[in-house]
Design a binder for this molecule. Structure first.
Ligand code: ASP
Length: 300
């Protein structure tokens, strides 16, 4: 297993990923372009004085709307052919989070997660309770069929036919950001894995597994969700950083732990209090992009 990584530094900006996995050659450009679009949408929030929390929500919402990603519209389908979204958003400055799991019938699950955060009574809501909460928060349901793309249907057919392994789809989205005041935030949104059992919840909406932000670091992970849950992936990164580790090196080390202990692969993006950011993957691709007031960069 090869681990590939990169890093940089920013004053204020947004770093996003478009999922760890194996994106075919002909789809790489659209993945990278989509990430740039999402990162720029987040950065434009910061440019007009918005917070890191607002920026990651807007970046995630844009990525959810792009059908090439496994989130929002175009999300991976369950074994029943339905969409069940997982999403989380976390405000590092105030150590508050909102998350939804198994949410059906909403175009932008990250907005529902943000409403859970804003409400403040709970961190994680699931299934129909989460849907009723969203409606009370003024977020309307959409026709679940409007979230399903032909590509998602075809991916499920391949899994059903046994011509593709049941497993994670790639294309989960995530964003981490730092605003000019030095506050950090993280967001992750996904349809999970193709052909998952209805009711399955992955790592993305779980604080400390797929998503984490505090006053030291913001993290969004992607990859084999069961493995990420089992090793406490994001919390492990935060712990290693608190112990004095260097950001990019820590991401690589914890991906190695994910492989050794969790028999799993994945990818991660992170940004720290000082504005250092890094990404790393142990899969063959993970699209990413960063947008700052000084300019953009992207890759896959
Ligand atoms: N981690 C996600 C999940 O297991 C899938 C992914 O990142 O592609 O739900």
């Amino acid at each position: 297993m090869e681990i590939v990584s990169g890093s940089g530094r920013l004053e204020a900006g947004v770093l996003v990923h478009g999922g760890a996995g194996t994106v075919e050659e002909e789809r790489k450009a659209s993945h990278e372009a989509g990430c740039l679009d999402g990162a720029r949408a987040g950065q434009s929030v910061l440019a007009t004085g918005g917070s890191a929390l607002d920026a990651v929500q807007i970046a995630a919402r844009r990525l959810e709307d792009l059908p090439q990603f496994n989130a929002g519209t175009g999300a991976a389908l369950t074994a029943d052919g339905t969409v069940e979204h997982d999403a989380a958003i976390m405000d590092g400055a105030r150590l508050r989070a909102g998350a939804v799991a198994g949410l059906a019938g909403f175009k932008n699950p990250i907005d529902v997660a943000r409403a859970v955060l804003r409400d403040g009574r709970h961190v994680l809501l699931c299934a129909e309770g989460a849907a009723r909460f969203a409606e009370r928060a003024g977020i309307g349901r959409v026709d679940p069929a409007s979230l399903i793309t032909d590509r998602a249907r075809a991916a499920l057919e391949r899994v059903r036919a046994g011509t593709a392994p049941r497993g994670w789809a790639g294309g989960t989205i995530g964003a981490v950001g730092r605003d000019a005041a030095g506050n950090l935030a993280a967001a992750t949104s996904t349809g999970g894995v193709v052909g998952k059992l209805p009711g399955r919840i992955g790592d993305s909406p779980i604080v400390g597994a797929g998503t984490l932000a505090d006053d030291a670091v913001a993290i969004s992970a992607t990859g084999d969700g069961e493995g990420i849950l089992l090793v406490g992936f994001a919390q492990r990164i935060a712990g290693a950083l608190a112990g004095g580790g260097e950001l990019e090196a820590v991401l690589r080390e914890v991906l190695a732990v994910l492989s050794a202990k969790g028999a799993a692969t994945g990818g991660v993006i992170a940004i720290d209090r000082a504005g250092r950011y890094a990404w790393a993957r142990s899969t063959s691709t993970m699209s990413w992009a960063v947008a700052t007031s000084e300019g953009d960069a992207s890759g896959i």
